[in-house]
Design a protein around this ligand. Structure first.
Ligand SMILES: Cc1cc2nc3c(=O)[nH]c(=O)nc-3n(C[C@H](O)[C@H](O)[C@H](O)COP(=O)(O)OP(=O)(O)OC[C@H]3O[C@@H](n4cnc5c(N)ncnc54)[C@H](O)[C@@H]3O)c2cc1C
Length: 306
């Protein structure tokens, strides 16, 4: 099969790019590592009301609308298809030993993943005390002690959500100032159930079969706080490891692009959160997907005009 465009990633940015390619008559193949389309929308349990045109009770509902609408467009896609490597100069991707080359362009729409702490206990206790979502798991912490790690909006918003049901919330942040919005900081400071520990790091998550304590470090002193649950919200990092050495990335690993969503390699575009460290949104990702497809189409039309 010959594809004009290969799109890596099936979140809002990739799905938008695929729909726009189809709209413009470009033959597109979308490759998604997971078993479902949707990207971060699949782990968004809060309402998404800020994407103009639709108000959804959570990310999955918005994803369902995207997928239903995408069904009206003629593009190919493969699920559980993780791209293992990219040859940007050849506009080729390799997955499960198979190499596929795009005739016109590659679109990188690989998004971001949650940053990990990289400490002992973090992997072992996933779903055994380490929570996946504050909103979704709020009932499971009723009457329990919870440690939340992080200092941004996600950490503080979740501290407020979990304080409604938890007995006690310990908010651990490595810096002395929070990055989160003022309204969250104010509410957290006023909540008697939330204990704030700044300039403190989590060294270890401890327990036998499930989380029983966190080992914390403050100014060189190590101490243990008994908790039954932990929620880690220390930011995100881009899924761009496979592009290292192929495209210009910034210091954080985000793909550098221009206003056409074009990268440093000819014919390679990047859209959505993987190329948008400062303003990651559904609307941004969807818009960038449209931009990349339209630019690819325009360049193709220019090349073929006499
Ligand atoms: C809890 C939460 C709440 C949010 N709330 C809002 C909100 O209210 N409003 C808003 O606008 N935004 C919100 N966002 C952000 C929004 O979800 C993202 O901006 C948006 O999903 C970005 O879309 P994307 O397509 O760039 O990337 P993603 O959604 O991250 O999708 C990237 C996809 O690429 C796939 N992929 C990665 N690497 C590979 C590979 N090598 N091969 C194949 N596939 C690969 C991934 O599996 C993933 O499916 C929220 C995010 C979270 C986590």
């Amino acid at each position: 099969m010959n594809y004009d465009v290969i799109i890596i990633g099936g979140g809002p940015g990739g799905v938008s790019a695929a729909c726009w390619c189809a709209e413009l008559g470009l033959r597109a193949l979308l490759l998604e590592a997971r078993a479902e389309l949707g990207g971060q929308l699949l782990w968004t349990h809060n309402p998404v009301k800020n994407h103009l045109g639709v108000e959804a009770e959570n990310g999955r509902r918005l994803r369902d609308i995207f997928v239903r609408q995408a069904g009206n467009y003629d593009f190919s896609f493969r699920l559980s298809a993780e791209v293992a490597s990219v040859d940007a100069n050849k506009k080729a991707v390799v997955l499960a030993g198979e190499s596929i080359t795009a005739r016109r362009a590659l679109i990188i729409a690989t998004g971001v993943r949650r940053r990990e702490l990289g400490i002992a206990g973090e992997k072992e206790f996933q779903r055994r005390g380490i929570l996946a979502s504050g909103k979704r798991d709020a009932e499971s912490v009723r009457g329990k002690s919870v440690c939340i790690v992080g200092g941004g909006d996600a950490a503080l918003e979740n501290a407020l959500i979990l304080a409604e049901s938890a007995r006690r919330v310990t908010l651990v942040h490595r810096r002395d100032e929070f990055r989160a919005r003022g309204e969250f900081v104010e509410k957290v400071r006023q909540n008697p159930k939330i204990e704030i520990m700044t300039e403190t790091t989590v060294e270890k998550i401890a327990g036998r079969d499930k989380v029983e304590a966190v080992e914390l470090k403050n100014k060189g002193e190590i101490f243990t706080v008994p908790v039954e649950s932990v929620l880690i919200r220390v930011g995100v990092e881009p899924n761009t490891g496979l592009l290292r050495g192929q495209l210009n990335l910034d210091a954080g690993g985000y793909v550098e692009i221009n206003s056409d969503c074009a990268t440093s390699a000819a014919g390679v575009f990047a859209v959505g959160d993987a190329a948008n460290p400062l303003a990651p949104t559904v609307s941004g990702a969807v818009g960038m997907g449209a931009t990349a497809a339209k630019v690819i189409f325009s360049q193709m039309s220019l090349q073929s005009s006499p």
